[in-house]
Design a protein around this ligand. Structure first.
Ligand code: CDP
Ligand code: CDP
Length: 227
């Protein structure tokens, strides 16, 4: 069976990265977390002492920085200009500003072009906000994964508590998620939207395994299974 591409979009904390990584592992495909690229630009902006509002300077910086995504069993490693930023890009400081950086047309244009290059040879599971609508409009499988804000905040809270990196209360996390969703849905360029041909999955009361199985089922139905 020929390789194919899978697009997984949805709001913050819906389970996109976890599920995309497991689906990619099951099919022997490559997993690409596009949010990490917007986070990497945001991290670099902060390192260089730029303000997120400095759109022109931010775009220039994004254009000259190198972002490498290295697939691994534990997820994707992110290297910016030779520095491993895999953990640093998850800081609350980056999370607070990433949606503003991701709203800039020049930044999106640049990153989308890089993302599209990665999908040419197929066998890619890519997650983000505009993958089914913009980055891979021809993806064979498209999923729009969501869950209630409350459930997404609880999941993120547990994740941060378990890794010992939590600095926020559950209610602060819920507010942050709702604010980011609103920003991503309202931006002019490639806002967060369900593609008309994406399958909607509400995972509020689904386990990770159930969502993965459902997506693998879609793959079997549509394209005969993968490898
Ligand atoms: O993992 P989490 O849901 O917290 O977010 P992420 O996937 O790491 O993405 C961080 C931010 O990058 C999002 O809130 C969006 O503002 C932006 N993003 C985007 O605009 N387009 C994408 N394809 C991926 C992420
Ligand atoms: O990438 P995104 O922001 O959409 O979400 P994630 O980082 O993959 O998932 C956020 C947290 O929710 C992780 O700790 C997952 O293990 C958890 N999760 C869950 O408990 N149940 C699901 N059905 C999906 C994700």
């Amino acid at each position: 069976m020929d390789k194919f591409n899978i697009a997984i979009d949805g709001p913050a904390g819906a389970g996109k990265s976890t599920i995309a990584r497991l689906v990619a592992g099951a099919l022997g495909f490559i997993y690409v977390d596009t949010g990490a690229m917007y986070r990497a630009v945001t991290w670099k902006v902060q390192q260089e002492g730029l303000l997120p509002e400095q759109e022109t300077e931010v775009a220039t910086l994004a254009n000259r920085m190198q972002i490498e995504l290295i697939p691994g069993d534990e997820g994707q490693q992110v290297i910016v200009d030779g520095v491993d930023v895999t953990k640093a890009i998850r800081s609350s400081d980056v999370t607070t500003h990433v949606s503003q950086i991701a709203s800039y047309g020049a930044v999106r244009h640049l990153l989308v072009a890089r993302q599209q290059q990665m999908t040419v040879s197929k066998g890619v599971v890519m997650d983000g906000r505009d993958i089914g609508t913009h980055v891979m409009p021809d993806a064979e499988i498209k999923v729009f994964l969501t869950a209630s804000v409350k459930e997404r905040a609880e999941r993120r809270f547990k994740e941060l508590e378990n890794s010992g990196t939590n600095t926020l209360t559950l209610s602060e996390l819920e507010q942050d998620i709702a604010r980011r969703d609103q920003f991503d849905e309202a931006r002019e360029i490639s806002p967060l939207r369900r593609a008309h041909d994406a399958v909607l999955m509400d995972s509020t009361s689904m386990t990770i395994e159930e969502v993965v199985d459902e997506i693998l089922g879609l793959c079997k139905d549509k394209v005969g299974g993968g490898k």
